[in-house]
Design a binder for this molecule. Structure first.
Ligand code: ATP
Length: 444
């Protein structure tokens, strides 16, 4: 984990937030490569589950919602964790996260206060007066907006069941014990789907479909599926409205922990909002001519947890012969085995030497042409600093799959070397083939 954190900082993926002011506990900022990776994850999810399906509707609701939403959903009264405090050193911790030996992680003593329920919603006030009537919450999940806007979607689009509504956005939780880098933070992003089905449908079929869909998607974005485990939450631990919840766990470097969840929530949410708002949220079933409240399957994913799982899946350290021309002074090669669609840069172009203007301008020309071929989503790096070995190291560490080098032969026969990140093998190809080469790799 330390190596991964160090790589993230060194290469501009993730920095500690507010660092020049001494930081802010468990706040992390995503640098240029981190935001590129995050965008690639979100884009891939949106493309697959919204754009490529004709039973899905996208949404981007306001983050601040009427307080009554959280009263109706039960969050105001029950979205809490049991908080205990060590009587010796006053460390506060979630009771259900105490280590097995029940010792305080800070001082090792075993005496705690009796647990009290601590509400996780972050509160603020709208407008100048800090009074009860102006309280609003930063949403602790994106899902509720989907239920609240359900009526808008059915009135506008008259979708046929089953259909889903999907949303990506920020969520906030005043976690008692955040930590493990970006695994548990107080501000994070979620990608959530509410998939509505008829109350008479065999819900487990939809549930299984979503488990499978998520597995396929995770495979496509480079998650090591050997490290993924489904935990069927035991009946006695299920929320009263849920008939089945699966916590999809991942072997993170700090242990097996929840990556995301899929829950069958019945009609609990629509029912609660219908009752509290007084608005009918019923759906008219054309086949049976009945008004029904659909049931729902909810796959709910944290973007940062998925990003951490991708990095943990991709991280590689290889021993290198110190005599190797590529190794420089390092004895090991650190690289990220990211799939091309996730890599922040799809390729890099270098001039072999940094002091030869004719090589630099040829390399810049190739890079500009490649980047222009797929505007927006095909970033190509350019690097002329240090020696070629160091540049390969840098691109390896950020997961760039291919590096093209312009040398003197390029000026004669219009060929470049292409070096493969995974095998470190090089071959010469014609400059006119470079674009086709990358397109082919992108499709693999
Ligand atoms: P946990 O048990 O880890 O607190 P949870 O079961 O409360 O998580 P959900 O409410 O099901 O989580 O939220 C759905 C997903 O949102 C989680 O599976 C996770 O990927 C992400 N998530 C939840 N809380 C956080 C957090 N504090 N930091 C980062 N991601 C989070």
């Amino acid at each position: 984990m330390d190596q991964l954190i160090s790589l993230c900082k060194r290469r501009g993926f993730i920095f500690p937030g507010s660092e020049i002011y001494g930081g802010l506990a468990n706040a992390w900022d995503f640098g240029p490569l981190g935001v590129a990776l995050k965008n690639n994850i979100k884009r891939s999810w949106w493309q697959r589950f919204v754009e490529e399906r004709d039973d899905m509707y996208g949404l981007d609701a306001a983050l601040l919602m009427n307080r009554r939403v959280w009263q109706a959903s039960g969050h105001e009264s029950t979205f809490s964790d049991p908080l205990v405090e060590c009587k010796n050193c006053h460390t506060r911790i979630r009771e259900d996260q105490l280590p097995e030996d029940k010792k305080c992680p800070s001082c090792g003593k075993k005496e705690f206060t009796t647990p009290r329920q601590f509400n996780l919603m972050l509160k603020t006030f709208l407008g100048p007066a800090e009074e009860d009537a102006n309280i609003v919450y930063f949403r602790p999940e994106t899902a509720q907006a989907i239920f609240v806007d359900f009526k808008q979607i059915i009135d506008t689009y008259a979708p046929k069941l089953p259909f889903g509504i999907a949303q990506i956005g920020k969520a906030f939780r005043n976690e008692i014990t955040p930590g493990n880098f970006i695994f548990r933070t107080r501000e994070f992003e979620q990608m959530e789907i509410e998939y509505f089905i008829k109350n008479t449908d065999v819900w487990n079929d939809s549930f299984e479909m979503w488990l499978k869909e998520m597995n396929n998607w995770m495979t496509s974005i480079g998650i090591d599926m050997q490290k993924v485990h489904n935990l069927d939450v035991p009946k006695e631990e299920l929320a009263h409205y849920s008939k089945r919840t699966v916590d999809v766990e991942f072997d993170f470097p700090f242990g097996k922990k929840e990556l995301f969840g899929i829950a069958y929530r019945g009609d609990f949410d629509l029912q609660s909002h219908q009752t509290a708002s007084g608005e009918s949220l019923e759906y008219f079933d054309e086949e049976t001519k009945e008004r029904i409240l659909p049931h729902v399957i909810e796959p709910s994913i944290g973007v940062e947890r998925m990003l951490l799982a991708i990095l943990a899946s991709a991280y590689r350290e290889d021993p290198l012969e110190t005599t190797s021309s590529e190794a420089g002074e390092q004895e090991k090669r650190i690289w990220l085995d990211l799939p091309m669609r996730m890599a922040p840069y799809k390729a890099a172009v270098f001039p072999l030497l940094s002091n030869k203007p004719e090589l630099i301008s040829k390399a810049q020309e190739i890079r500009a042409r490649l980047q222009g071929a797929w505007p927006g989503f095909f970033p190509i790096a350019f690097d002329k600093s240090g020696n070629i070995g160091k540049r390969y190291r840098r691109q390896d560490e950020i997961g760039t799959p291919y590096c093209f080098t312009v040398d003197f032969q390029t000026l004669e026969d219009n060929t470049v070397t292409v070096r493969d990140r995974n095998t470190m093998q090089q071959e010469r190809i014609s400059v006119s083939e470079v674009r086709k080469f990358l397109e082919g790799k992108m499709r693999e």
